[in-house]
Design a protein around this ligand. Sequence first.
Ligand SMILES: [Zn+2]
Length: 130
Amino acid sequence: MAENIPAVDYLVLGEDPHLEAHECQQCAALYFDRRNACARCSSSEFTSRRLSNEGVVRAYTIVQRGAKSGPFTSVVVELTGGGVVKANLLGVSDPATIHPETKVRLVVYDVGTDDDGTVAVAFGYEPIGA
Ligand SMILES: [Zn+2]
């Protein structure tokens, strides 16, 4: 049985994949990386907080890669209820159809399998209703 591991440590896999951030208990700033102190208020008290799987596109960049894999779209997504995350936009064949305010939801996908059969799983976003 292959094992799945998240490509980034703030991605939580399982029945209901989602992102989890560290929230400052003092000022509610959100961080994906582990910090000793909050950059905004210097508090060192953090709790884990589950982030929404839905949000809206705030910015996007079409990244031209090799001819083989084609261009992909990098988006900055503002999550419902807080949190901003950068990821790839999936499920869009024509990047010209993307615009700011596009509603998106989190999707996970396999990025590769190592020799032991461990599957690395990354996340991206796809438009809702597309
Ligand atoms: Zn803070």
